[in-house]
Design a protein around this ligand. Sequence first.
Ligand SMILES: Nc1ncnc2c1ncn2[C@@H]1O[C@H](COP(=O)(O)OP(=O)(O)OP(=O)(O)O)[C@@H](O)[C@H]1O
Length: 591
Amino acid sequence: MKRGMFDMDEVTGRSLDWSLFRRFLGLVVPYRRSAAGAMLLLPLSTAARLVQPYLVKIAIDEHIVPAQLAGLEWIVALFLFTVFGESLLGFGQAYLAQGVGQRIMADLRKNGFSRLLRLPVSFFDRHPSGRLVTRLSGDVENVGELFGSGVAAAFGELFSLVFIVGLMWWLNPELTLVAFTLIPLLLLILWLFRRSMRGAMRQVRSRVADLNGYLAERLAGIHEVQLFGQEQRTLEEFGDLQERYRQSSFRAIHWDAFLFSALETLSALAIAGILWRGGSGVLAGTATFGTLVAFIEYVQRFFAPLRKLSAQYSLLQSSNASLERLFQLLDEPPEETGNPLPGGGKGALRLEQVSFSYDGRTPVLKNIDLSIEPGQTVALVGDTGSGKTTIGRLLLRFYQPGSGRILLDGDDLAGLDPELVRQRIGWVAQDPFLFAGTVRNNLDPRRFHNDQELFKLIKRSGCSTVVERLGGLQGRIEERGKNLSAGERQLLCLVRALVQQPAIIVFDEATSRLDAGTEALVKAEMDQARKGRSALIIAHRLRSVSTADRIHVLHHGCIRESGSHDQLLAENGLYARLWRLQDLANGSEEL
Ligand SMILES: Nc1ncnc2c1ncn2[C@@H]1O[C@H](COP(=O)(O)OP(=O)(O)OP(=O)(O)O)[C@@H](O)[C@H]1O
């Protein structure tokens, strides 16, 4: 698959970043007691583990070699005690550390989702939903592991290393130097690994996000995939993404394997050095046999944490990229809240010289002047892509105009609380969306009415048959309203818009998908809904707006003509031409 065919997730993540890490520690603060407990148990369990080879040395040097069996049972008992102690302490440590990790995950998921819900719609234009799902699932998991399996464990391993080197030096400095002559080589290998692993982990995260994004998009459009026989092509594209993901994972595994075998080799070389120098030392009487055995054991235990540290390093790298992505999300500025709306608005709207572009480059609306007086019905017509829906979105404050201003009952929309604006302006969308859940939760999400009032409104809006078929207010609507026809969905969305008793109602192609019979029904309900409030009707079919008080004809983002139906026909301009075209087509065809 070509790069760019499906937007690649930005490859983020610097090397281990302390500012990110400090911020991560802030997530641990609420659980500091458990975290401190986990950190405290770590050195204790490590000490219990590392004292074991020393006990073996004593057993050999003081009891077995000199054939002094008295007291050996105490050494064995102590040995067993440290083994059980290590298990118990290790269990307690893992329990506390993993608990902290799980709580951090829950917090991040909740905070991330809560931020997503408050982000402006323009954010979702830039970020495919599949990628956002990856952030709240995969990235959160990674960060959660950072404490349990990452930080706490790394702290333990580092403690082990220092403890081992200290003990070895205390037992025999010369043998310690022999064991660690390969340290420069070890550092070189670790540096190489660290550099390569960082790039590999970033790529893995980025490619898994691509894969998830693609999956989410294709599953959402499964009807179109099947309709256009795209199963094979989709499979191939998925296969390509999957292959890219596999390759990057493989690269990461390859580096992991490299480090594992390099450390194994170094460990074996160090043991060989100890056998050679230590063996001659035992024969010359400068070292004891017990020290030799303990050294071999300690060298193995020195390289084991390094292997673990390298695994933790991969984890830290991938968590770093995940942390960066999650913090980016948490730092996204939420939609501005603005001032509360003064009460008693009558539903007057005014657009003054409004211009707008989605991407900051291509103008979609240019210097729009338009007003709706209280109780008036204004219509927007124009060809596909001329910017009608965009005007509706600006009215609902989903986007802010690039220049110019919009006044709602005299107040600049830019300074008003969007939630309250959306309560005052009802919206019946072109492609209405219903959530999986009860009829009640869908129709009256803000709980404006009790059941009786709601049912009255449903009846008045002519959709009581639909609601009864679904099983009443507690009846179930499936995901995206797929157990309903387009007309039924449109009718329910009309009720949903009316429930909040808006001063202004916007119909965006509300009847475009309906058959003649249902269209007449919805149209009648729309006429009913317009009574006593201002309305903006966005439509292709001129017949459906001919009775509007004022009609604006939009062309390439500019208002080309304005007036009543009769005035526009008399002007004999674009509107009149479109009207004749639609009339020719029996008034039933779209533009
Ligand atoms: N989210 C978006 N991001 C970028 N461009 C967009 C977005 N939504 C719409 N556009 C572009 O803005 C222009 C106006 O779109 P808009 O939906 O307002 O047209 P419309 O007049 O309502 O069309 P239609 O009658 O087909 O619904 C189009 O060129 C469209 O491609």
